[in-house]
Design a protein around this ligand. Structure first.
Ligand code: AHG
Ligand code: MN
Ligand code: MN
Length: 323
C-alpha cells in the first residue's frame, strides 16, 4: 500500500512541507497512543482551567496541545502557530517558512465516553515580513491554505489530507507506525438523504434554517418528497468523516444565543480545513452567505456559521438563504 510520503510527493508537495506534515503527524500518533491508553494513562476528565473561549479544558485538550506545540516548535519549519487552546499566536522559529493552525482535540466532550475525537489542522506560508508573534499573518482567507487535514482517533486512526490535489484517506498502521493510503481521491456523493445538526438549538436558529430543517423533517409528506436520516457525533471531525465517506450535510448555523458569536465553530482551525477537504472531494462549504474559504478572518479565534457537505444538498440549503 502506498505511504503518505509518496502520495505527497506525487501531489507535488515541496520537501519542507512534506517534512512539516510528517512532524505534525508524529505528534498526532503520540496523541493517538495517549487516547488509546485512556484511564490507564490518567488522561481522562477535566482540568480546573478555561481556554480563551471560556470552555473548561479537558486534560486531553491540554496534553494534545502541548504535544503538537512542542514538536512543531522543535521542528524549525514553523514560524508561528495558533491553536484553539492558546490565547495568542505562539512564536516559533523566525526563519520558519510555514504557519500552522490547529484544533488539537476536536470533540472534547467525547473524551470521557470513549467516543470519536480528532485533531484538525491547516498550514499556510509564513510571509517574510511577519514577526513571529504577529497574529495578522494568520488572518488570510482559506484559499491561501497549502495543506489541511484531520486525524480521527476512532476504531482505526485515520488521516484525511489535502494539498489541493484531491482529498486522500489514510489509515494508521500501528504495527509499523505509518499512514497508508486506503482511499485515494475520495469523492463526496453529490446527493444525500442524511443531515447532521444539533437540533436542541432549533429555537435559536434563523428563519431560513428553521424552514430548511422543517422541510427535511417533513420527509415524504413535505416539499422535498423524500425522507431524511439524522446523525450527530458532537465532534465535527467525526461528522465530517462520515460526510466524506458516504455523503451528507453537516450544519452548525448562526443562532441567536449569543449575538457576539457568529456561530460556534472556529474559522481558522475548524471551518477552513474541513471546507478545503470537502471542496477537494467535490462538496461545498458555505457560511450561508459566501464560500467559507473566501472569508477574510478578523481574529484568530473567529467563529463562523458552517454548512458543509454534498454539493446538491448544500445548494438546496442555500436556496433557503437566498429567499
Ligand atoms: P471542541 O471539542 O474542539 O471544542 O469542538 C467541539 C465542536 C465540534 O467538534 C462539534 O461539532 C460541536 O462543537 C458540537 O457542539 P454541540 O455542543 O452543540 O453538540
Ligand atoms: Mn473543535
Ligand atoms: Mn478542541
Amino acid at each position: 500500500m502506498k505511504r503518505l510520503n509518496s502520495q505527497l510527493q506525487d501531489d507535488g508537495a515541496p520537501l519542507e512541507l512534506i517534512l512539516l506534515i510528517r512532524t505534525l503527524l508524529a505528534g498526532c500518533k503520540e496523541i493517538s497512543f495517549r487516547v488509546s491508553q485512556g484511564a490507564l494513562a490518567g488522561v481522562l476528565g477535566s482540568t480546573l482551567s478555561e481556554n480563551v473561549q471560556g470552555e473548561t479544558q479537558k486534560k486531553l485538550d491540554v496534553i494534545s496541545n502541548q504535544i503538537l506545540k512542542d514538536i512543531l516548535i522543535d521542528s524549525g519549519y514553523v514560524k508561528a502557530l495558533s491553536s484553539e487552546e492558546e490565547d495568542d499566536v505562539v512564536p516559533c522559529n523566525p526563519d520558519g517558512k510555514y504557519l500552522v493552525s490547529f484544533d488539537p482535540l476536536d470533540g472534547s466532550s467525547n473524551t470521557d465516553i470513549n467516543s470519536l475525537i480528532g485533531t484538525i489542522f491547516s498550514i499556510t506560508h509564513a510571509p517574510q515580513w511577519m514577526d513571529p508573534d504577529d497574529p495578522s499573518a494568520f488572518l488570510q482567507p482559506g484559499t491561501q491554505i497549502v495543506a489541511a487535514g484531520y486525524v480521527l482517533y476512532g476504531p482505526s486512526a485515520m488521516l484525511a489530507m489535502t494539498t489541493g490535489k484531491g482529498t486522500h484517506l489514510y489509515t494508521l498502521d500501528k504495527t509499523h507506525g505509518g499512514f497508508l493510503l486506503t482511499k485515494p481521491n475520495i469523492q463526496v456523493p453529490q446527493d444525500t438523504n442524511e443531515y447532521a445538526i444539533n437540533a436542541s438549538n432549533q429555537r435559536h436558529w434563523e428563519e431560513n434554517m428553521q424552514e430548511y430543517v422543517g422541510d427535511l423533517l417533513a420527509g415524504t409528506d413535505g416539499p422535498r418528497g423524500k425522507d431524511f436520516n439524522m446523525r450527530w457525533v458532537a465532534a465535527m471531525v467525526g461528522d465530517i468523516h462520515r460526510v466524506l465517506c458516504r455523503g451528507g450535510v453537516f450544519l452548525y448555523p448562526k443562532d441567536a444565543r449569543d449575538p457576539d458569536k457568529d456561530g460556534k465553530l472556529r474559522l481558522l482551525y475548524e471551518a477552513n480545513p474541513m471546507a478545503f477537504l470537502i471542496e477537494q472531494a467535490g462538496g461545498l462549504a458555505s457560511t450561508g452567505k459566501k464560500r467559507i474559504m473566501e472569508v477574510m478572518p478578523t481574529d484568530i479565534h473567529q467563529r463562523i456559521p458552517v454548512l458543509i457537505g454534498s454539493k446538491n444538498e448544500i445548494e438546496t440549503c442555500l436556496e433557503y438563504y437566498q429567499k
